[in-house]
Design a protein. Structure first.
Length: 116
């Protein structure tokens, strides 16, 4: 679902509408999010020397890409995995208020799906 944005909307209104739409899409992917995928991607990023914030963003971008692929194949991750993934996203967002913007910038770099 896309929000209607009028031509006269301010840049702040446009950004808020994009963030809201992104959150809606993330909610649709929740059942397919596997926290083991996020944790493995986060661990790899930290081992490669990425700062904590960048590693968290990369882990969340990888989990969303994997969840989108799983949703197409109708392969839900399971209640425990998706609940842990949702908790990780909420926790990261509490620490980094601009997390959704960073994830949207990182998603194009996440090309291949990596399993833990």
């Amino acid at each position: 679902m896309l929000l209607t944005i009028h031509w006269y909307a301010s840049p702040e209104q446009r950004l808020m509408a994009r963030i809201t739409c992104t959150h809606d899409w993330i909610l649709k992917l929740r059942d397919s999010c596997n926290d083991d995928v996020r944790a493995a991607a986060y661990r790899r990023a930290r081992e490669n020397g990425e700062p904590e914030h960048e590693a968290a963003v990369f882990g969340l971008a990888v989990i969303l890409r994997a969840a989108a692929e799983d949703r197409v194949r109708k392969a839900p991750a399971g209640e425990e995995q998706s609940a842990r993934a949702a908790l990780a996203l909420c926790s990261a967002e509490a620490v980094h208020p601009d997390l959704v913007v960073h994830i949207s910038r990182t998603l194009p770099v996440v090309r291949e799906r990596r399993r833990p």
